[in-house]
Design a protein around this ligand. Sequence first.
Ligand code: ADP
Ligand code: MN
Ligand code: MN
Ligand code: MN
Length: 371
Amino acid sequence: MASVSVSSHFNKSVRQHYMSLPQGGKCQVTYIWIDGTGQGLRNKTRTLDTEPKTLADIPEWNFDGSSTYQSEGSNSDMYLIPVRMFRDPFTLDPNKLVLCEVLKYNRLPAETNHRMSCNKVMEQVKEHQIWFGIEQEYVLLGVDGHPFGWPQSGFPAPQGPYYCGVGADKAIGRDIVECHYKACLYAGIEIFGTNAEVMPTQWEFQVGPCEGIEMADQLWVARFLLDRVCEDFGVVVTLDPKPMKGNWNGSGAHTNVSTKQMREEGGLHYIEKAIERLAQRHMEHIMVYDARGGQDNIRRLTGKHETANINEFTSAVANRGASVRIPRQVGQEKKGYFEDRRPAANCDPYLVTRAIASTCLLDEEQQIKET
Ligand code: ADP
Ligand code: MN
Ligand code: MN
Ligand code: MN
């Protein structure tokens, strides 16, 4: 059996006593931010005298960037700027979670803060009312790094029965999926749904549709909730795009996209125009579709396991082996959305949604150059 963490063995009914104590009108606010790896999330909590009603009621804060791979030289204090507030599903109302942007000592965005540039593009394309929906795939691991529920030596039965499967030998870790789903709903995440994936112990949740900058904000907090739920159960999430070598599916972050024009009658025309533009900038997009400038996605985008080869751009209706897929129903109704299947599970959704909005909707001279 994969090993679960020591603290997951604590007596949780003892914990319940403390969690149910009244908190004297005070409010706990947990600040969440992306660390210097561009993938890891950090958080710390403070007390406010009253419940914040809006973001404006939550003060800026700071942290020690030298402990999060984020400091520059001797200026290790970094600013936390609240950008989106959620209900806290762990300590419950009136407590809050607040996603923050990280600024350096000079109040410029930290290296891994791509929200500001993403937001700039989203403001530029506002009239298009661009919606995104991201499918976040992930794999559960024990604290020893071994896939949760996989035999200690050897492998589980081959892929086939696990996708959307039910039963103790097929759906491994469903407790986590169900608790995460409820936590998302409580918090106010626009969670769209969830399903078991193709590889055993691989799962997916979807967030969206969300307009503009809200997509990436929501996905980052949904990821935080997943990490936090897994912590309670003593297991770990990996967003590695190809955690198991060989005949096992990788993990993606399929990004579904539509504009107002695409959603209206005859919108397929605009979907096709957007796909033509994406085809022109395939490699630039690949560079921002994983956490390591395209290097991680090389292991995943092989042309097998429902992926297209990383070196070529393809698009088709109802084809899960294409870079970009037009869902069958969208092909039939001639309106709706398209799915970019290239982003890896460990992508930064600020970079992915920024690249798509920029390439598909901005004039050539305004477009972001991904380097
Ligand atoms: P798949 O068939 O690829 O597995 P899913 O059902 O897992 O698709 O996910 C569908 C995603 O598409 C969801 O994230 C949802 O929010 C998103 N979506 C649905 N309609 C739209 C739309 N009009 N624009 C953008 N995204 C959309
Ligand atoms: Mn899906
Ligand atoms: Mn999937
Ligand atoms: Mn998909």
